[in-house]
Design a protein around this ligand. Structure first.
Ligand code: GLA
Length: 757
């Protein structure tokens, strides 16, 4: 295989040498045997306090997963450990001690032997948070807890028992210590030098050339750091190294060197990129690794293929807008037989518009033709009470632009939805999240702020592209971002949305928490019922998306307030902790999911995200992103892309355009997957599909490749079944009784089992 290597920056020499090195491993592990108690008492910080009666807890998992479901507020963790002098022996510099405590949701104070050594996250309130604090001030749950003390700090008791006490406060959702690592060590090379692989994503050009830019930073203010840098790429399947290069680097204090490497590889095959720096004097080394994106979805054929949902719900008299999504070599010609009276299809762009007056069901025969051939498919139209009969698919501004969203960005996103071809795979909604609102005028009409000069014009522009448009508000006086909410103006707001042409409303609890601080079940429903009535009076089908983070088990009553979808969790982030905690906890809501009534585990965090205005490339690995899309499809979750659509890279676009994966999400039966097996290492989720087949996700939760076994009796399947890999769209043969599949770290194998006829 041809290998191309380019290193730029201050590279003194390129040499192929073998670098012998030792990693720094001398550490006291703190990952087992913590004591835990809910509540708050300053005496719990002191070594003298007797915690023998306290529960034990695993610091790697949030307390909800360990018997404290639903607990919010203060809780303490305590851990006693020897800190041996020998820690200093093997380190390259030994002047500071480092205590790593994973992550803590939402915030914490840490005490060593009764003395405060660090505060992380927002201010911890000495008493219960006042109602004002409830207005969703975010914690710092996503930050690594890293506390560094000088080796001669008197708070450290060398060669004696030490007490670490953590006072944590959780405002809602997940709570307490989680993630990793939990350890004490001396600071080392990794505290002095950083290999940063995250500043830009891998670039893929053509079918095989991969380019990666990265940087090396000397974090110290005084030291010159010299050493060897080895760059490698290895196949994940067999560990074989297919690319390697070594160079010398010389880093002045605070110097950052940018580097760029290019090599060829088979982009369909998973591989790992590894950069190792070995310091010349000490022979200590540090390594940074990143999974290289691998592209699984085959290119759609030139012949036409219809990809839009097989069923569509509309209310009588509401404006009808349905785009027949299809791929194939342009130009495509669209046709529909048996269209009910009141609807017309535009043969050039596949848009069906009009309105239907009577309740009932119609089967329309769609055909799409081009020079290469044709495709056909039935579309069932159900004119009734319930809309969104398949989960909404689209884009939302929040995970990328946050409050910096503007008319211009929304138009650009809509244009990109069309020009990238996402629209041809069924992606439909362009949703404006928080940040568009001004005040209500004297007549009670909501005004838009300067970033949105003309909302009706924006809506009709988005519609003209064959897309739909959504908006955001809160039942409280203020939104989560501090903008004007709908409190007291519900009816007027709904009328305004409908008159502008809005198709989707995300209605976010936020400051309603000040109106109902400790809401009863009825109080939780009240504001949502109010907006339900207002929306039903508008002569328009507006998808009603409840957002209140799962309070009061919203999945059990969301349908009662006419929600078409409801958020089941707090806000997602682009990390494995967030993705896996949210995704794998959705089993409890499965039974309530149905066509038009979807559980919503929050939006997608792939591509360039950042909660605006500055964006970064998702911190999820490629395998984690496959897990994200596979799991959300199995969960029949709304699929709302949260990234900048104008910067879609080859990997992300490929991830979002696998029609077989999306068809699982859009299956007309609308049955959400159930958790079939779960262990510390893996999860198996399965979903019944309308045609009698089963979609199964095999998820690896570990950081090593894993063989995941499936017992077919677990999914009630007897006899022989045909196994199809959905991502690669390849048949894998027949299986009976039991099968196993190798799954990459944090990755997935998504398969369909079809009856063997
Ligand atoms: C909450 C929601 C987010 C987003 C913001 C907007 O945090 O959960 O999805 O809508 O508010 O302020």
């Amino acid at each position: 295989m041809k290998k191309l290597f380019i290193l730029t920056g201050i590279v003194t020499l390129i040499l192929m040498i073998s670098c012998n090195r030792t990693n720094e491993t001398n550490a006291v592990m703190l990952d087992k045997g913590w004591k835990f108690k809910t509540g708050d008492d300053p005496a719990w910080a002191t070594p003298a306090f007797d915690d023998a009666s306290w529960a034990t807890i695993d610091p790697k998992k949030i307390w909800e997963d360990q018997g404290y479901n639903g607990y919010n507020g203060f809780a303490w963790y305590r851990y006693k450990t020897l800190i041996p002098n020998s820690l200093k022996d093997q380190t390259s510099i030994s002047d500071s001690l480092k205590i790593l405590l994973g992550k803590i949701d939402d915030c914490d104070q840490v005490f060593l032997n009764g003395e405060l050594i660090g505060v992380n996250g927002r201010t911890i309130y000495s008493q219960s948070p006042s109602s004002q604090d409830f207005t969703r001030e975010q914690g710092k749950w996503y930050l690594e807890r890293r506390y560094i003390l000088a080796a001669n700090d008197p708070r450290i008791h060398w060669d004696q028992e030490n007490l670490i006490a953590v006072r944590s406060y959780d405002q809602g959702g997940a709570g307490g210590m989680f993630s990793k690592p939990f350890e004490i060590s001396m600071t080392g090379l990794s505290d002095r030098l950083k290999i940063d692989l995250t500043s830009s994503p891998f670039a893929i050009s053509g079918d095989s050339l991969v380019t990666k830019n990265f940087s090396i930073v000397n974090l110290t203010g005084k030291e010159q750091l010299q050493g060897e840098l080895v760059v490698e790429a290895l196949h994940c399947n067999n560990g074989i190294r297919f690319f390697s290069a070594c160079s010398r680097v010389d880093l002045a204090p605070h110097l950052k060197i940018d580097k760029s490497v290019s090599f060829s590889e088979d982009i369909a095959s998973p591989a790992m990129f590894k950069v190792t720096f070995t310091e010349s004097n000490t022979r200590k080394s540090i390594t940074a690794k990143a999974e290289i994106p691998y592209i699984l979805t085959p290119k759609p054929p030139l012949t036409p293929r219809i990809n839009s949902a097989k069923v569509f719900g509309v209310r009588p008299w509401s404006p009808f807008l349905f785009k027949v999504a299809a791929t194939g070599q342009p130009p495509l010609k669209y046709k529909a037989a048996d269209l009910p009276e009141g609807l017309t299809l535009n043969p050039e762009n596949g848009l069906i518009t009009g309105s239907l007056k009577k309740k009932g069901e119609y089967i329309v025969k769609l055909t799409v033709e081009n020079q290469q051939g044709y495709a056909d498919r039935d579309l069932k139209i159900i004119v009734g009470d319930i809309i969104s009969l398949t989960p909404p698919m689209g884009w939302n501004s929040w995970n990328c632009w946050g409050l910096s969203v503007s008319d211009k960005k929304v138009r650009q996103s809509a244009n990109a939805m069309k020009s990238t071809g996402l629209i041809d795979h069924g992606w439909t909604y362009i949703n404006i999240d928080d940040g568009w609102e001004d005040t209500h005028d004297k007549n009670g009409n909501i005004l838009t702020n300067a970033k949105f000069p003309n909302m009706p014009a924006l809506c009709s522009y988005v519609h003209s592209l064959g897309l739909k448009i959504g908006i955001y508000s809160s039942p409280g006086p203020k939104t989560c971002g501090g903008y004007e909410g709908s409190y007291g103006f519900e009816a007027k707001d709904a009328m305004n949305y409908a008159s502008w042409g809005i198709d989707y409303l995300k209605y976010d609890w936020c400051s309603y928490g000040n109106i109902a601080p400790n809401p009863t079940p009825e109080q939780l429903k009240k504001p949502y019922k109010e907006m339900k009535h207002a929306l039903r009076k508008a002569n328009r089908d507006i998808h009603y998306s409840l957002c209140q983070y799962g309070m009061g088990d919203v999945w059990s009553w969301g349908a009662e307030v006419d929600g078409n979808s409801w958020r089941t969790t707090g806000d997602i982030e682009d990390t494995w902790e967030s993705l896996s905690t949210i995704g794998f906890s959705q089993g409890k809501c499965s039974p309530w999911s149905a066509p038009g009534r979807w559980n919503d585990p929050d939006m997608l965090t792939v591509g360039w995200v950042g909660w605006g205005p500055a964006l970064h490339y998702t911190r999820l690995t490629p395998s984690e992103q496959y897990t994200h899309i596979s799991l959300w499809s199995l969960l029949a979750a709304p699929l709302l892309i949260g990234c900048d659509l104008e910067q879609l890279d080859a990997f992300t676009l490929n991830l979002l355009t696998n029609d077989e994966v999306l068809a699982i999400n859009q299956d007309p039966m609308g049955k959400q997957a159930m958790q079939i097996r779960t262990s510390d290492d893996y999860e198996i989720w399965a979903r019944d599909l309308e045609d009698g087949s089963k979609a199964i996700g095999l998820f690896n939760k570990t950081e090593k490749p894993l063989n995941v076994p499936v017992e077919m009796t677990d999914v009630q399947l007897e006899g022989k079944w045909l196994l199809r890999d959905v991502w690669t769209q390849c048949d894998l043969g027949k299986v009976r009784g039991h099968f196993e599949m190798k799954v990459l770290p944090h990755g997935v194998r998504l398969v369909i089992l079809r009856q063997n006829q």
